[in-house]
Design a protein around this ligand. Structure first.
Ligand SMILES: [Zn+2]
Length: 371
């Protein structure tokens, strides 16, 4: 199954290598033609070393993945998800604040180091593509991905295709304004969902709550664990310990995400809304359940509400890796959009299983169901 006939007619195992290039760490894996992600390798990004050093480290990481594959493996492409704005047609990173990059021609710099075509796109968009091609959104005609991290990013799939918009800038759902009197968002507006419910916003509000005198042990826990930011592991700990300040802020964030989700459902009536990012990966249903409950209260049409699946990511950290590979295959004409659109939908029991099992297994599950 992992083997296939490459374009030159030799029967060699064929992969794309997908990379999730983050501001803190990078993660790469081999993606076979069924979308299964294997041989995951990680590396620190260290953007302070400059773009050239990061690109060389990235090439080294790709080399490590490749070194574990069959000696005769054929690499179709290196596909990179980048945290920022990209000119994907020309392989240029326009602006990636987390990397400190502006106008970096990543594809042309990386290609000679890895000896394969390089395709890139925005990290959240590729993650949404991953869920659409190989995860919980398989076969969905309309789907929205909401990635909650330091910011909130997203992607919209319409008619089985990532919706680009009239000017190519669609999917900035994190800047939907939920409360015009709310806190200032990095984009300049007030009360965007990102300013209300991103991990950064949750942390800001927890600190405020503690200043007001609400009991909490979360800051000392962060110190103990050597975390300068509110990591997903700390979020899980605070929920387990029923940390007062944290629970108060977290429930409010979930409520706002519920309102936001209802807006999306009322506007688009999608089959699937998938939540990704560190917190969704870590907490799964514990994160998404209350969001779904709140959203349903505000659905305009109450008919068949079960048909709108509001679910956590099934691919977890592998979503951007798988999605980047899928995107590369689309770009290089190795798969067609029709093939993706006609993929069988995961059934309800499988989706429930997917959210319960470990990431690696779920990737295999999704791939098995697709074959
Ligand atoms: Zn905003």
């Amino acid at each position: 199954m992992t083997e296939s006939t490459s374009r030159d007619g030799q029967n060699r195992p064929t992969y794309c290598i997908g990379v999730d290039l983050g501001g803190t760490k990078m993660l790469a894996g081999a993606v076979d033609q069924a979308g299964r992600v294997t041989h995951i390798e990680r590396e620190l990004t260290k953007p302070e070393d400059g773009a050239q050093a990061v690109i060389e480290r990235l090439a080294g990481l790709v080399g490590r993945v490749r070194g574990q594959l069959e000696p005769d493996a054929h690499i179709e492409a290196i596909a990179v998800g980048v945290p920022g704005g990209v000119d994907s047609l020309n392989g240029i990173v326009d602006k990636a604040p987390n990397l400190g990059w502006e106008h970096v021609p990543l594809a042309s710099l990386l290609q000679p180091l890895v000896g394969a075509p390089v395709v890139l796109d925005n990290d959240v968009r590729v993650a949404v593509m991953g869920e659409h091609g190989y995860g919980v959104g398989r076969g969905a005609k309309a789907m929205v991905g909401i990635w909650v991290g330091t910011g909130i990013g997203g992607g919209i799939v319409i008619d089985g295709r990532l919706w680009q918009g009239t000017r190519g800038v669609a999917g900035e759902i994190g800047h939907s304004i939920i409360d015009p009197n709310g806190p200032r968002c990095p984009c300049g507006n007030r009360g965007c969902i990102e300013a209300l419910a991103s991990r950064t916003s949750i942390e800001r509000d927890v600190r405020k709550e503690i200043k007001k005198g609400t009991k909490s042990r979360i800051l000392s826990r962060m110190k103990e664990k050597g975390r300068v930011q509110l990591a997903s592991s700390v979020v899980a700990w605070a929920l387990r310990k029923e940390d007062r300040a944290f629970i108060k802020v977290f429930r409010r964030a979930q409520k706002n995400l519920g309102l936001f989700t209802a807006n999306l459902v009322n506007a688009l009536d999608p089959e699937v809304i998938v939540f990704g990012g560190g917190i969704a990966e870590r907490l799964g249903e514990q994160f998404v359940g209350p969001i779904r409950d709140e959203a349903r209260k505000h659905f305009l049409s109450k008919r068949d509400i079960e048909r709108i699946r509001i679910v956590p990511t099934s691919l977890g950290e592998a979503a951007p890796v798988a999605g980047a590979a899928l995107l590369a295959r689309l770009r290089l004409g190795l798969v067609t959009e029709d093939e993706i659109r006609s993929a069988p939908r995961p059934d309800a029991t499988e989706t429930a299983q997917e959210t319960a099992v470990e990431v690696g297994e779920s990737v295999a599950l999704a791939a098995l169901a697709m074959s």
